[in-house]
Design a binder for this molecule. Sequence first.
Ligand code: DOR
Ligand code: ZN
Length: 332
Amino acid sequence: MTEFTLKSPLDMHIHFREGDMLKLVAPLSAASFAGGVIMPNLVPPVDSIERLVSYQNDISDAISSHEFEPFMTLFLKEYSLELLKSAKDKIIGIKLYPEGATTNSEGGVASIEAAKETLQIMSDLEIPLLVHGENPDAFVMDREKDFLKQYHELATEFPKLKIVMEHITTAEAVALLDEYENLYATVTLQHLLITLDDVAGGLLNPHLFCKPIAKRPEDRDALLNAALTAHPKLMFGSDSAPHPLHKKECCGCAAGVFTAPIALQILVELFEKHDALDKLQDFISDNAIRNYEIDVPDTTVNFVKKEFVIPDKYGDVVPMYAGQTIAWSIDG
Ligand code: DOR
Ligand code: ZN
């Protein structure tokens, strides 16, 4: 095959940041994706309607003429029924960050118990819960595994609440999708491709360092298999998380892999390699449309089998696989 088309690709987990970084990265996503779920971990976080609306306006300005729907999220804290009633039509969900689990999560949830009133309101109003599922007190490789008991608890206690396990990295999390009707998941590009060996098994690669950290080969294989078979509850969410070069190539490297402008081309290459291109439309768009019950802009992206050299940098941000050549390009 030398040509391939995707309809309305969606990135169900994306960090756009603010200011100059927003102006740099938002158009790069909007050039190929039809929409994305915008993460709220700004400083300060997106935790009021005023901030949400002003952030959405900044995003609209940054993406200018591109057809791209920003699906906004709020940062989970205790919210009143009144606030959530007026937020409902402006958001796709609310993101739970355990306190201190990752970048800008200092104001996150210290105890899920204390958040339960808000979770009940969300369930009643049918507002999905998106979760950074890592227990920050556990050993780094076990932080997601340790959080699975919270997913069990949340899925059981709030059976009507849609819960999305964000950026899953373990075979156990994949298995959990089939245990609870109300659990869904996103997976990133890097977690379909790499293991901890690629991050730290040889020379340390800061551009592959993210949270959750990449895990074992058997975890990567389980994630890849679920994506290649288009598991109906699994959606693509790049977790593309730009940091300027000096925050990555330094002592105290920030967590985050920047993949937004190259993710689709690499996914086409990966799915073709595994003879699964017929499953990519579900994984990249249709599953998300069905699971979230959303309308998305009607766009098409055409790919051609023509070598594409991944740029060394976009502005001051180094993408995953910088300088490497991949087999597919976006046409036009
Ligand atoms: O690696 C990550 N970077 N994981 C996250 O959860 C947050 C993100 C960021 O905002 O940089
Ligand atoms: Zn993220």
